[in-house]
Write a protein that binds this ligand. Structure first.
Ligand SMILES: C[S@@+](CC[C@H](N)C(=O)[O-])C[C@H]1O[C@@H](n2cnc3c(N)ncnc32)[C@H](O)[C@@H]1O
Length: 275
């Protein structure tokens, strides 16, 4: 069976499993689409495939991730060759050699291949950096991780051909919005319990202050006449921030306790400024 959307990285908070429920909440017509926290891209790929917006801007503050989007769009063949080399040479020594490379010293294609390789072969497949921004996840247990997903990369490249890709903080992406645009916001979630947050996609944390700033951006986009949909944790803090907007819940299957083997159903919020 053909997959609903392709993928190229495993990303914490991925929305692939929620696309079926999200369909009820997306606007019918999408002319311009902006996604400032694009992550692994499952929502963007679904919107591009099913709604074919005329103009699309995706962004994320994680520069490694955004470089990978650009290389998949513009240099698919060379990227596939590099990933083949990584796949053929995969073992513990080479994993740690790749992890020790400094991405800033590599060319764009080598940098994207290293990023995808590490994401696919690391423990739990989660991108995590330490406080100085260095990727610090140990090798995963699989002997044959899916390092090269050629069909997905080709499909994503085709989907991205007319897409503008940026590496900006969310508030700067909002400057590109125009009346009538559809904007999906999927920030790092507000933690369910204090101290239990997963806010390590980038070296900057995303706490109360950032959630409040985001709610101000939401309000200013609302005033501008954009349609906005936002995902977040089902918590009183978030419900209070978006009081007066249209709030629904969806059911997601997520890792509980930080133990990858324990998954549970959890309610998450979908907040919109339209019916
Ligand atoms: C929940 S994830 C998005 C998940 C994505 N929708 C998916 O399906 O994979 C949140 C994303 O926000 C990004 N991010 C964190 N802080 C940010 C900021 N201040 N501005 C823009 N992006 C940020 C992270 O790098 C991460 O990719």
């Amino acid at each position: 069976m053909k997959k609903e959307v392709p993928g190229f990285v495993k990303w914490a908070g991925g929305k692939k499993q929620l696309l079926g429920q999200f369909k009820n909440y997306f606007p019918k017509q999408i002319n311009r689409y902006l996604e400032p926290f694009v992550g692994g891209g499952s929502v963007a790929f679904s919107i591009i495939k099913n709604h074919m917006p005329k103009e699309i801007i995706i962004s994320d503050s994680n520069e490694e991730l955004i470089n990978a989007y650009e290389v998949i769009r513009d240099n698919t063949g060379e990227l596939i060759e590099k990933l083949k080399q990584y796949k053929n040479a995969h073992n513990k020594d080479n994993y740690y050699k790749a992890r020790d490379l400094q991405p800033g010293k590599l060319n764009k294609i080598e940098r994207a291949a290293r990023f995808i390789y590490l994401n696919k072969s690391c423990f739990n497949g989660l991108y995590r950096v330490n406080s100085s921004g260095k990727f610090n996840v140990p090798i995963g247990s699989s002997k044959h991780p899916a390092i090269l997903m050629e069909d997905d990369l080709k499909e994503i490249s085709a989907l991205l051909q007319n897409v503008t890709v940026k590496a900006l903080p969310f508030e700067n992406v909002a400057n590109y919005a125009k009346t009538g645009d559809f904007i999906y916001l999927d920030p790092p979630y507000y933690p369910l319990k204090k101290g239990k947050s997963f806010t390590t996609y980038t070296k900057e944390a995303f706490l109360e202050k950032e959630q409040e700033k985001l709610s101000e951006v939401f309000r200013s986009l609302d005033k501008k006449g954009c349609k906005i949909m936002l995902s977040n944790s089902d918590t009183d803090f978030i419900k209070k921030l978006y009081k007066g907007y249209n709030i629904n819940t969806v059911q997601a299957s997520r890792m509980i306790n930080s133990d990858a083997t324990k998954r549970g159903k959890i309610s998450e919020l979908v907040i919109r400024n339209y019916e």
